[in-house]
Ligand binder design. Sequence first.
Ligand SMILES: C[S@@+](CC[C@H](N)C(=O)[O-])C[C@H]1O[C@@H](n2cnc3c(N)ncnc32)[C@H](O)[C@@H]1O
Length: 274
Amino acid sequence: MIDEIAKKIAELKQEFAKTYSGNSHIQELIPISSSIEFPIDSNHLKHLHNFILKNPIYHNSYEQNFGGILTRVYEGDINEYWLNSIKHGSSCQPFYPTWIFSAYATTLLAKNFNFKELIDVGSGDGRIAYCAKFLGLQTISIEIDDALVDLQKTISSATKVGFNPICADAIEFDYSSLKLTHPVFFIGGLPQMGGDILASSIIEKISLSKIKDNAGIVFAGTHSKKQMSSNLGHGGWNSLIDKHGLRVTKTISLPTIWTFDQLVDTPYIYTEFI
Ligand SMILES: C[S@@+](CC[C@H](N)C(=O)[O-])C[C@H]1O[C@@H](n2cnc3c(N)ncnc32)[C@H](O)[C@@H]1O
């Protein structure tokens, strides 16, 4: 079912990108109600809209129909947060969000894999942890930038979805202190932009502990051949996956803010230790 939903989200994005005539810095959409194409729990849909309504990066919204699917389009601006997020010495990637609808699909898949805890590493405004939390996982949302963590706290308290924002450098963080049982780590960075540093440091830490036997890692990759350079395959994560003996269990492609004007979307690559 998730494959089907992911495919439909990608189709919806293409239609949206073709017709979008605004000039907002960022834009995304969410269906207003459940449908045959998007058979989504209405309570979950409410949570998705609520995340945006309570998030000050969005300043405008309107309804738009795409082939019978009524959606709400949301427009916003992340410039101020983007600038803040690059000022940290050990920042591995600036703030750019996944679409909230994509964050939902990717965390729903993590839930279907039966993970119990989701660690959102480089969590931006916390949307991946937010979705995982209302889906019933335990969450930890790690973000280096204090302004983004304050934003997460605002959203967490306004939505009453306590997704556990923590202001920390994910490279230094002690994951063994979390007492994890069956965790999945979402790495918030692309391989060629510093996400590889984030991922390597976390994998090396996990490898030293018992968490490894039960842990999954999800990477956000790229389909863009230009950006992947020599490291083709698995969205640009090939060499890291080989080096650390990871097995790819699933890949789904979903729209993100940074692929809005592209024909390809962002692959989310699910892996586990062999
Ligand atoms: C591309 S954004 C991804 C945000 C979110 N995961 C999403 O998909 O919407 C990367 C985020 O990682 C954060 N970050 C970068 N290096 C970090 C580090 N060493 N520790 C914690 N967070 C970091 C940045 O501040 C930024 O918000």
